[in-house]
Design a protein around this ligand. Structure first.
Ligand SMILES: Cc1ncc(COP(=O)(O)O)c(C=O)c1O
Length: 497
């Protein structure tokens, strides 16, 4: 009997291309932002370019505030500065009614310069310097204590006060929905929070007025907020029975998800991101149901950051190179069933059996890639989210999986792996979205200058809200010791020779 030769199993990429029903049709595109064309924006302000939509910022704020204020009588938003502390963005949220939430002396100073009084600043963070605490105490800021050392510092600072200083405690709690951010605050789960509350009996110069719990960021399950709120309400009772204060506010922090898409998130954000109403319902219903009857409801603070700003931010970038190479290049070839000589293991086996491979399987599977003029130094969040990359012009051809490489001379500079894009050419512009949260504040000057940031106003006018960097700005803080200066002179001399 003629026995078939053993064929080693191989994983092979399906090159279904245009017959794949999901790949048919023209690519979606983003030709403009709030009525201003991408071409006009880059003509005026260059590429890359961060763009914020004033309309989306205001719409997001109003939608979120409405969701809470419809359900609860006393709601106050505090803009989380670190999410995006460009002054134009902060001032827009302050105009809408937000106070400030800051986590450092630098952010505190920024908020003050934006005209926010100390008593309208929530001061968070695990590392508050003594001088900053002194200023916050003097100006009546709402200090949310992160750790026991900070509490003891405040106690010693206020020893001689006539009136007790009102403070709040940050609490962390396991809601069972995601990893606990145990770095911050006092644990409600192991009794630490309760212990600290009781220990405050020996600190009569401090009075507890608030409890705070910022659980983390991009929390997709509103039930987490129900559990956290319940925990804060229970601790408020403990504060009262310990006689160390009177809880006048609960602060559920931020963490509400934007319409970004996590890596490995299969369903689109439209199906996954909870509405603000669902978050608001979980928090507000829990307080109104559990708060002791007959006592004034506490004020509810929220420090929502990304949910307000992420969807309003875009990064425009330009294709500077197009790359297309067979999958056999690189160490991943074996994983795709392709041998070192470019033939697939299946083809090799079929050839050995004298059958030959089907004609199409000999065609190398191509990996499409483009290099754009922005890098991950501007898009810190590319590590967590699948940033949408859209062409800025309508393209009739079918999209193909395309990797978007950044402009940095670093192999890790990949903005997006294999996202469907039509055949782009050099000079084409792409729009990356949503990128409004954390990218501007965490972007670093590296290899290239950081780009300008503009805001498209409600009337369609475009305002620069941060200038593009230049060499003078980047070198402003550098100093060259005298003994190293001659080298610069030598360089200059060699140029003139
Ligand atoms: C204390 C605090 N509040 C609010 C926020 C804002 O969080 P988000 O952007 O997830 O809403 C943060 C961000 O990490 C934070 O640390």
């Amino acid at each position: 009997m003629n026995r078939l030769p053993y064929v080693a199993p191989a994983i092979q990429r399906l090159g279904s291309g245009p017959v794949n029903p999901f790949r048919l049709g023209a690519s979606p595109c983003c030709a403009g932002i709030d009525g201003v064309s991408i071409a006009a924006l880059t003509r005026e302000h260059g590429s890359p370019l961060f763009v914020f939509s004033e309309k989306t910022l205001r719409d997001k704020y109003r939608e979120a505030h409405r969701a809470f204020s419809r359900r609860y009588p006393d709601v106050q938003f505090a803009w989380s500065y670190k999410t995006n502390y460009l002054n134009a963005i902060c001032n827009l949220f302050h105009q809408e009614g937000s106070i400030a939430e800051v986590v450092s002396g630098f952010e505190y100073e920024k908020a003050r310069r934006n005209g926010i009084l100390g008593n309208r600043i929530i001061f968070n963070g695990p590392c508050k310097e003594r001088a900053d605490l002194e200023r916050a105490v003097a100006e009546g800021a709402m200090i949310q204590v992160d750790n026991i050392d900070e509490l003891l510092t405040l106690a010693s600072m206020t020893r001689n006060r006539a009136e007790p200083l009102r403070v709040a405690l940050r609490i962390n709690v396991n809601t069972g929905t995601h990893a606990v951010w145990s770095k911050f605050g006092f644990s409600a789960d192991n009794g630490e929070a309760l212990q600290v509350i009781r220990r405050m009996r020996s600190m009569p110069q401090l009075s507890l007025q608030g409890l705070h719990c910022h659980m983390g960021t991009f929390i997709l399950d509103p039930e987490a907020y129900r559990v956290a709120t319940q925990c804060l309400v229970e601790l408020a009772r403990e504060v009262e029975s310990a006689g160390v204060g009177d809880i006048r506010y609960l602060n559920l922090g931020g963490g509400f998800a934007s319409h970004a898409r996590l890596h490995y998130q299969y369903l689109p954000p439209e199906q996954v991101t909870p509405s603000m109403d669902r978050y608001a319902e979980a928090i507000c219903d829990t307080i109104t149901q559990l708060w002791p009857k007959g006592r004034d409801l506490p004020r509810l603070y929220l420090e929502t950051g990304r949910a307000l700003v992420d969807d309003a931010g875009y990064l425009i970038s330009t294709v500077v190179a197009v790359k297309s190479r067979p999958m056999s290049n690189g160490p991943s070839a074996a994983a795709h069933g392709t041998g070192a000589n470019g033939q697939s293991a299946l083809n090799t086996a079929l050839a050995a059996y004298g059958k030959g491979a089907p004609a199409t399987s000999n065609a190398p599977v191509m990996r499409h890639a483009v290099v754009v003029d922005a890098g991950v130094n501007l898009l810190y969040t590319a590590a967590w989210y699948q940033i949408n990359v859209l062409p800025a012009r309508p393209c009739p051809d079918s999209p193909q999986p395309t990797t978007v490489y950044g402009c940095l001379c670093m192999n890790i500079d990949v903005i997006r792996e294999e996202t469907p894009l039509p055949g782009l050419t050099t000079g084409d512009q792409v729009v990356m979205h949503p990128v409004g949260a954390y990218n501007v504040t965490q972007s670093m000057q590296f290899i290239t200058y950081r780009p300008a940031v503009v805001m498209v106003g409600l009337d369609g006018r475009v305002h620069i809200i941060r200038e593009r960097e230049n060499l003078g700005y980047v070198q402003e803080l550098e100093r060259v010791p005298d003994h190293l200066a001659p080298l610069q002179a030598a360089v200059a001399n060699s140029r003139t020779r």
